[in-house]
Design a protein around this ligand. Structure first.
Ligand SMILES: C[S@@+](CC[C@H](N)C(=O)[O-])C[C@H]1O[C@@H](n2cnc3c(N)ncnc32)[C@H](O)[C@@H]1O
Length: 280
């Protein structure tokens, strides 16, 4: 992937996600200011395609984002971790929220596209504050390059970090996903969102993720193959320990009073796991 290749439309998926779930789930005033400066029109074509496949797709993205921010805030509240890395951040609002609510942390966002544009917006949002959110243009598959860019921006590779991998694993090979956390020191935490193998999704739901991801890949016109992960695979991963795994059904059950789209685990197709980096 070349960051200067305008033909690659994978970056539009970042706007797509925000059309489904934006500032409404966040607490900070910084996110509200940031949201007003975004232009999400690049995601509209995909938004219409995906909503035609399943009109409730918004719930998938909303539940995933609610879960990820809850877990990230819980880890950062403990106070031991003060560096956050978000590969494939796109225009996500999470880094803005975290750096506003936890002023002593530094957030590093990596993406192959639109990072200069995002940095300009972020600088505007945090003008006259000392909040540190650094947006870097890099292909996250190039681990050495990522480490160099992170170090140049002040990241301390010996201090534990929180890495948040959201909306990205399906576009990377498994080896590339592993390489995201392999350069983190022990005691680092990783929150990773992934697509479960289609055969693990109930028959009445299986076509939805398949059609949506086929449509996205088709739109991106790349030669990408969708990657899948499972809780069992993550349990067997070397160099990380599995701390938690939440299904869409778990997350929906936290929100009393909401309509139940995911009555049990296998009605959903994405999950969010928490890992701790450890010695192999
Ligand atoms: C579906 S969006 C997710 C954005 C954000 N993480 C979220 O969940 O709201 C996928 C993002 O990953 C980025 N991306 C995909 N492959 C990448 C790669 N190899 N290197 C850097 N960024 C990549 C895209 O540019 C896009 O911004």
């Amino acid at each position: 992937m070349s960051a200067s290749n305008p033909a690659n439309q994978i970056a539009d998926t970042s706007a797509l996600v925000l059309l489904w779930c934006g500032a409404e789930i966040y607490d900070s005033s910084a996110v509200q200011r940031y949201a007003q400066m975004l232009d999400l029109s690049r995601g509209e074509e995909l938004f219409a395609i995906c909503n035609d496949i399943w009109p409730h797709y918004e719930s998938v993205i909303r539940f995933r984002k609610i879960c990820i921010q809850k877990e990230a805030k819980s880890i950062l509240s403990q106070g031991d971790i003060r560096q956050v890395i978000i590969p494939g951040a796109g225009f996500s609002m999470l880094g803005v929220e975290l750096v506003d609510l936890f002023p002593n942390i530094k957030v590093y966002e990596l993406d192959a596209y639109q990072m200069q544009e995002k940095q300009a917006i972020v600088n505007n949002v945090f003008a006259s504050t000392d909040r540190e959110l650094c947006c870097m243009t890099v292909d996250v598959r190039e681990t050495e390059e990522c480490c160099k860019s992170l170090a140049a921006a002040g990241w301390d590779s010996h201090e534990p970090s929180l890495m948040i991998i959201e909306g990205l694993t399906y576009y990377l090979t498994k080896e590339s996903v592993r390489r995201q956390w392999q350069h983190l020191p022990e005691k680092s935490k990783i929150i990773v969102e992934y697509l479960v193998p289609y055969e693990q999704v109930n028959g009445n739901r299986r076509a939805i993720p398949k059609l949506v991801f086929d449509a996205i890949m088709n739109y991106c016109s790349g030669d990408l193959e969708v990657s899948h992960w499972s809780e069992d695979e993550l349990k067997r991963e070397v160099g990380v320990q599995l701390d938690f795994c939440h299904s869409l059904s778990d997350i929906e059950s936290w929100m009393a009073g909401e309509r139940r789209f995911f009555t049990e685990r296998h009605e959903g197709w994405i999950e969010i796991a928490g890992l701790t980096r450890c010695t192999p």
